[in-house]
Design a protein around this ligand. Structure first.
Ligand code: ACM
Ligand code: ZN
Length: 692
């Protein structure tokens, strides 16, 4: 896979390549910076102006639409100081009205979540078949207004509250547009959960996947098993120690770190989310990542030993539910029964990931179950476990989701698979006609670094920049049309081993969720990084208004080369996620400083060299310097024909990657590696090419 290697399988045909200039993109008018980008926008001259006599009219007889109109009213009151009257729509006045109206009968072209928004100088009108569409139309109105509309206090001095005249038709690409949050590794208060749901809704996302149980704490009140919240929700406080180096609770020590959500808290949150068209999908882990349960109910594990709740890493997580013990199934069915009563979601997530089978291999009860059920091995025992739980879930009229390990040993008949270890699990499941949610680690794990680790708070690893998230394609090319229809959508996952505070959770989630929101809502063909980045600058102002602690992006500079065949010369291009950056560079190996050239046009390079570049703002270097070694060899710029495709996981700079003259680093995430691992048979070294 490493960039400096090439397999003999590749047939290389040496051809001259053409000079390719960076394409100029037609950027959207800066007046309109809706994220995610709507399906179609038609602008015209003029504006609608909000003032003290603006009225808001809501579809009569529909409580949900009235509620949405009420939300708009409150937001307008708070930031503008105007007091728009809210009325049922009986007739529409000639001027100065915001109208939220359902289609009668339904026109059914934009689906349940689609909407049409028309703004002229006299009216703003949102129409939709369903209140969900009205809610999304309302979100778009807010984003057409000045960003200060999101202010939590009166904006002074007063500004002009105008909305450009526009016609928008819009609907989402995917049905599942999710964000996950792990509240076990660290506990997050109810108020933050609501703020997280607000962010989800603002991005027109619609699922909050709530990871409520794991080795580091059980977080949901279950009336039948009170010890889960008396004991399993609490661990000894080792927050001053690195996650992987935390000692277990000692005899006599008190478990003081933790918390849980009462059933009343959960009802409040579910209701809060419902009003924002967000479905809360609870996750109750099984059979692994359950050691915290054995602090309260040790009889449910294979060993039956009483544990203390792990204050840090528990790996390998060998203490899992005993699959041979009937009591385990009684416990889980009781728990799920209370969960069903709290969460109206049709889906329930049962985890299923990373269950270490070490103890199942030696547990007499588990081995008896394997024999009696005629199972081949412990993988099939896991499949037995999950299928049995699925039957219970289905019998209650619900659907089960599990992480992609539930494929091992045989997939449960109706299961939806959440593909996290890569795309493969999702592809396999979709080919078996199962529904799939894509969240591969390399694009969707927002606990990964999002910039140079030296400039970022400690994270679990990885390198998932904003731009990388924006490049994510949830539907893999391996699927045909019918299989692709099983990809319900995608979600971003926020695991919290290294995330302790709400502010830090926001920093990791935002704006990567902003990029993901556009991936899952907007048409694939309309995706355009430069356009998104321009609109993102407005979104940053909105985040400021909402007091969201967002990350400004990676200061790492990407470097690409292009070969000019006519002049036989190589050019280097710099890219950054930062909007309109001032990049200073050198091509002589020296560190750039304030006297170094500012990057404008592609830079001509004629000899092997080291290129260094950095982003400067107000005479200060932001982040660190980026550096690449260029090697001009005979292969540069030649066309490579791949007889087998490289993986889309690490596509480098596309076909040209192996002969672009840029030496990859030891870090396979550096954007210079091409993933040939699936077809690798023999390799030879790229740097054995003779230099010219
Ligand atoms: C996972 O990240 N273990 C689903
Ligand atoms: Zn067992």
């Amino acid at each position: 896979m490493k960039k400096p290697f090439l397999q003999l399988l590749l047939i290389m045909i040496v051809m001259l390549t053409g000079w390719s200039c960076r394409q100029k993109h037609g950027l959207e008018s800066p007046d309109i910076s809706i994220i995610p980008k709507p399906m179609s926008i038609e602008t015209s001259e003029g504006v609608f102006t909000l003032n003290d006599s603006t009225v808001i009219l809501a579809e009569p007889g529909n409580e949900e639409v009235s509620q949405i109109a009420g939300m708009a009213q409150l937001i307008i009151q708070t930031s503008t100081g105007f007091n728009p009257v809210l009325r049922n729509m009986i007739s529409i006045p000639a001027t100065n009205a915001i109208v939220f109206r359902l289609n009668h009968p339904s026109v059914n072209t934009l689906g349940k979540e689609g909407y049409a928004l028309a703004v002229d100088e006299n009216h703003i009108e949102v129409t939709a078949d369903d209140p969900a569409g009205i809610f999304y139309g309302m979100q778009s109105i807010l984003q057409l207004l000045p960003c200060q509309i999101y202010s939590k206090e009166l904006v002074t001095p007063a500004i002009s509250w105008t909305v450009p005249c526009v016609k928008i038709t819009d609907k989402p690409r995917y049905a599942w547009r999710g964000m996950h949050l792990d509240v076990s590794r660290h506990f997050f208060p109810k108020e933050f959960i609501k703020k997280y749901i607000d962010l989800i809704a603002m991005h027109k996302m619609n699922v909050f996947h709530w990871h409520l149980t794991d080795d580091n704490g059980w977080r949901i009140e279950i009336k039948k098993y009170p010890k889960l919240t008396d004991i399993s929700a609490w661990r000894v406080d080792r927050e001053d120690k690195p996650w992987n180096e935390r000692e277990l609770q000692k005899e006599g020590e008190e478990a003081t770190y933790g918390g849980f959500y009462t059933q009343d808290d959960i009802k409040e949150i579910v209701d809060y989310a419902k009003k924002r068209y967000v479905t809360v999908v609870p996750e109750i882990e099984m059979p692994g990542h359950t050691s915290e349960v054995f602090a309260a109910y040790p009889e449910l594990s294979c060993r039956g030993e009483k544990l203390t709740v792990f204050p840090g890493s528990y790996w390998p997580n060998i203490d899992i539910f005993c699959a041979g013990n009937e009591q385990v199934f009684t416990f889980l069915e009781d728990v799920l029964t209370e969960v069903f009563a709290l969460f109206p979601s049709e889906y329930i997530h049962i985890g299923g990931d990373e269950a270490d089978k070490t103890l199942w291999k030696v547990c007499p009860k588990c081995q008896k179950r394997i024999r009696e059920e005629g199972l081949k091995d412990e993988k099939e025992l896991q499949s037995y476990f999950i299928k049995r739980i699925e039957a219970f879930i289905n019998a209650k009229g619900k659907k089960m989701i599990g992480w992609d390990e539930i494929l091992e040993g045989g997939l449960a008949p109706e299961a939806t698979v959440m593909s996290w270890r890569g795309f493969e699990g999702g592809i396999e499941a979709a080919k078996m006609q199962h529904d799939v949610i894509m969240c591969p680690v390399s694009y969707c794990y927002f606990d990964y670094y999002q910039g140079d680790p030296e400039t970022q708070p400690k994270a679990i690893g990885g390198n998932t920049t904003l731009k990388k998230v924006y490049s994510f394609e949830p539907t893999p090319p391996e699927l045909n049309g019918e299989e692709a229809a099983h990809v319900l959508g995608a979600q971003g996952n926020v695991w919290t081993e290294y995330i302790v505070t709400p502010e830090h959770a926001e920093y990791m989630a935002v704006p990567r969720m902003t990029a993901l929101a556009e991936v899952v809502w907007s048409d694939k063909a309309s995706r355009n990084w430069d356009d998104f980045n321009e609109r993102l600058q407005q979104q940053f102002i909105r985040f400021n208004m909402l007091n969201v602690n967002y990350c400004r992006g990676s200061f790492k500079i990407g470097m690409k080369t292009r070969f000019d065949t006519l002049k036989s010369s190589m050019h280097i291009l710099f890219e950054s996620e930062i909007y309109k950056p001032v990049i200073r560079y050198t091509i002589n190996g020296k560190d750039p400083d304030l006297k170094s050239k500012i990057y404008g046009e592609p830079v001509n390079v004629i000899a092997n060299t080291t290129v260094k570049a950095g982003i400067f703002q107000n005479d200060t270097l932001l982040g660190g310097l980026s550096e690449k070694t260029l090697v001009l060899h005979e292969g540069i710029g030649k066309k490579v024909i791949y007889t087998e495709p490289y993986s889309h996981k690490y596509p480098g700079d596309g076909d040209r990657t192996l002969f672009d003259g840029i030496r990859g680093s030891d870090y396979f995430n550096d954007g210079c590696w091409l993933d040939l691992s699936s077809c690798l048979r023999r390799v030879f070294k790229f740097n054995e090419w003779k230099s010219v």
